[in-house]
Every structure is written in structure tokens, then in C-alpha cells.
Write a protein that binds this ligand. Sequence first.
Ligand SMILES: Cc1ncc(COP(=O)(O)O)c(C=O)c1O
Length: 388
Amino acid sequence: MKGVRPDIALLKQNGITAVAFTRMDDPKVIPLWFGEGDAVTADFIREAAKKALDDGETFYVHTRGIESLRLAIKSYLDSLYAMDVDPRRISVPGSAMIGVTIAAQMALNKGDEALIVSPHWPNIETTYAVTGAKINMVRQRETENGWQLSASEIVDKVTEKTRSIYINSPCNPTGWIMPRKDQEELLACCRERNILLIADEVYHRHIFGADVAPSFLQIAKDDDPVVVVNGFSKAWAMTGWRVGWVVTPVEQSEHWAIMSECFNTGATVFAQHACIAALERGEPVVQQMQSQYEAAAKLVNDAFEGQRRIKLAPPKGAFYAFPKIEGIRSSLNFTKALLAEEDVGVAPGYTFGIGNEQNIRVCFAQSHERLQEGLDRIVRFVERYDNH
Ligand SMILES: Cc1ncc(COP(=O)(O)O)c(C=O)c1O
């Protein structure tokens, strides 16, 4: 490819969009492919964005985010985790995805190694690949009691060259949650070996049976090599707004301003004002979605339980089910056929890393009626699908 670095030319579109872009705007399709629901962002958040526009909030702002948003994030985190976060550690570089990208760029050089807990969201692998580092995977185990992985299994995969570890808990696509004691063990390893731990906690408010998942923020000291990434997309249903935040070691603060300049030079300013409204008045919205998703996880379990060919390790958080469909050979072919014959969009397992060719990812954040219809169609299709 002319004018393109060879390693960039080799990158592939992820499997979620490869399927979804074919019929993304077709109203006949029940879309369970992306990581979002069908509820529009709450009124008061949209109103705050409109007001910011009317107030003329259309100029460049600080590349680490407007101060009032950084302070609102601090208040949110302080009250959620009963702590006192140093505000210099908080930056708003754009979306959560940009947060992961900048952190990976800061930590990794060509020739370094990075360790990703898998199954994983494909964009993470791509963002790490762009750094030129070699990527190693450590795989969660599928058990009857959900997906499992201990800190020692992760530490066992660390090499002399490992410079960054990526943990996403609650996990997309498996719903795995890393318990506190494992977080402590892993953090000790990163501290000792000076490995940048990127803790992607965008599903922090989606853990079943609790209000918030254990966070690395609660155990990391101000100067530990940890970047905790979070954002507004999931907990406040703001996927299209593209705003997230990071909590970094204090000494990285200035470098987040610099790196933000070479990505999108900060997040959209009127969206940042809406995010303040989300943090200050959004708790009922967050809690309503928590209950909706927990009930939806039960709908998925009920629909798949007892199905001859569908094996589901039940998720403990996030809003995805990642079942294995016995007998299928290609998750992509299966997913395309499901879309063509039943008008249901799901994501093919292969895109979440090696070892998932028989899995599909079903996002259960849609309203219950549509979700149930989608699940019924998946079950019916699995029974008749045959590519042995
Ligand atoms: C694990 C994970 N990290 C990050 C993101 C991106 O979040 P944002 O929309 O804020 O970029 C997603 C979105 O699906 C995700 O699943």
C-alpha cells in the first residue's frame, strides 16, 4: 500500500464492524453487535450540551479537559470509592479509546512486549499493534461459574521485555471480573518490574449484585505505573459523544497534555459540559441501566440454558454474553448467515482473539422486548444451522 507503513497496511478491520457495516442502518435488524443499548442519552445531559452551545462554548480548551469537568470527575470518583484523588492525575483526552491509545503509545516501543488478557475487545489489540510492540495474550478460562483468571496466571506470562499489561474488568466480551486480591497481586508485579498497567474500567458500574466493580484506583498509589481508563459511553449511555477520562500517575500529567495535542487536542468542548451534568445528576440514570442490564443477563441465561448446542459461561458484569455454539466452524459465516436469515446482528467470536472461533458475542443492552425477540431468533437459528 503506497505511503503506508507495512505493519499498518497489514491491520484488518475488526469483525464487529465487518459484519455490522453491511446492514447498520437497516431498521429490520435487531442490533446486538455493538456495545450499546437503544436508549438515547438522557434529556438533561442533551440539554446541557445545547446550553453550552448557546453559551458559545465552541473554542479550544485545555488539552487535558476543562477544569470544571476534571473536578466533577474527581468528586464522582471520591464519592464512589471513598477516596481523595489528586486532581493532577485526571485528564480528559477524548474518548476512553484515545485514553488506551495514548497510554499504550507512552509505554511501548518497537521490540517491547505487551500482555493482553483475552478474550478481548479487538480495538485494543489494534491499538497495541500500532505501537510496534509484540503482543502476548493470556487467556481467561471458561468455567461453569463464568470466566476465570488468576493474577498468578497473568504474572506467569510476563517476560523481561513486558512493558505494559492490559486488563479490562468487567470484561468485554466475557463479563469476567478481576477480584481485589488478584488486582493487588498484579499491581505488586507491575510496581516491582515497572510495567505500565492499563486498567480499562469502562464497565465499572456494570457488575451484577453490586454497585461498582473493584477498581485499581482504590489500591494504586499516586506514583504507581497504572493508568485507569474510564468514560461516559457505557454507564451514562453516551457512546456517540466520545468523551472519557484517565487517572494517571501524577508525574505523567504534563505528558497527557502533550500526547492529547497530537491525537484530537482534547475532547469536544460542549460535550464536556454535558458530561458534567451526567456526573452531577446522572446517578438515577446509571442505576436504572444497572437494573435493566442485570435483568437482561437473566433473560439471556434463561434463553440459552438447556439449549443443546449453546454453552454459556454466565457473565458477572459488563453487558455481553459470549456463548459457544457447538459444531460451528466459522463464527464469521455463522454471524453473516444469522443476519441474512433472521435479521439479528451479533459479533463473531474470532475477532475477540484466538480460541473463539465457535463463539458469538451478544450485547444485551437493548430494551428487553427487542432483546427477547433477538434471543428467540438466535435460538431458533442455531437449531437449524448446520455446517458440520
Ligand atoms: C473494553 C472497552 N474499552 C474501551 C471502549 C471504548 O469506549 P469509548 O466509547 O469511550 O471510546 C469500549 C467500547 O466498546 C470497550 O468495550
